[in-house]
Write a protein that binds this ligand. Structure first.
Ligand code: PGA
Length: 252
């Protein structure tokens, strides 16, 4: 049984004062929900205050990115060891990082391995752009991202990995994928490639999320799909009246 997981990706929003306010407003609603792993991924500057507020709850903290080296002269970077003091999860290879910050599949692979070495759960993002989708390249792109992102990862670590299928054309656009279409990519491409790389049973064990314009009004459709185990939520994770019902939908 794959445990449902809903992660909120706050992106570059929220000062730490704003973050504390938002968490204090969401906590009563979120802590009342059982049987869902809940993760909040604030910007680096809010990780400490948010982690302090979530201590003793069932809600975990995640980071939105990290560097792969454990320490060193890498001005401006954050290491997995630093994150591991406060975080349980880390988002790796989000499409915004791939598009604006030059992240490659090879870099994603190093980061996934580094996260696992430090007991951080990587939420590895994959997904095709609109152009790739319209030219029929979804399968080629997503399977390459999974293969290269997880290449050489220790087989024992694979059950810990979370994969988020986030079609780039659905992120922040209000135009979500159809639930059935997302399920087909996860079952027919992501789990199939995992099966080829590792084993069929591991392919069934890995949790796969959908991300891209998930809202309270459409979350249930995704969670009803057999291969979708939760969501990576951007914009709606900043709104109490959206995020709490999304998490609740994952529980039912
Ligand atoms: P969105 O973003 O929910 O605002 O579309 C999702 C994401 O980028 O993870």
């Amino acid at each position: 049984m794959r445990r449902p997981l809903v992660a909120g990706n706050w992106k570059m929003f929220m000062t730490s004062a704003e973050a504390r306010l938002l968490v204090s407003e969401m906590l009563p609603g979120l802590t009342a929900i059982q049987d869902v792993e809940i993760v909040i991924c604030p910007p680096f500057t809010s990780i400490l205050p948010v982690a302090a507020m979530l201590e003793g709850t069932q809600i975990s903290v995640g980071a939105q990115n990290m560097y792969w080296e454990a320490s060193g002269a890498y001005t401006g970077e954050i290491s997995p060891a630093m994150l591991a003091e406060y975080c349980k999860y880390v988002i790796i290879g989000h499409s915004e990082r791939r598009a604006y910050f030059g992240e490659t599949d090879a870099g994603v692979n190093r980061k996934v391995k580094a996260a696992l070495e430090h007991d951080l759960v990587p939420i590895m993002c994959v997904g095709e752009t609109l152009e790739e989708n319209e030219s029929g390249k979804t399968e080629a792109i997503v399977s390459r991202q999974v293969r290269e992102g997880l290449g050489g990862v220790e087989i024992d670590s694979i059950p810990m990995v979370v994969i988020a299928y986030e079609p780039v054309w659905a992120i922040g656009t209000g135009r979500a994928a159809t639930a059935d279409g997302a399920n087909q990519v996860i079952a027919g491409i992501i789990r199939r490639v995992l099966g080829e790389m590792f084993s069929l049973s591991l392919a069934q064990e890995v949790r796969a999320l959908y991300g891209g314009s998930v809202k309270a009004s459409n979350a249930g459709e995704f969670f009803n799909q057999p291969d979708i185990d939760g969501a990576l939520v951007g914009g709606a994770s900043l709104k109490i009246n959206e995020f709490v019902p999304i998490v609740r939908a994952a529980a039912s």
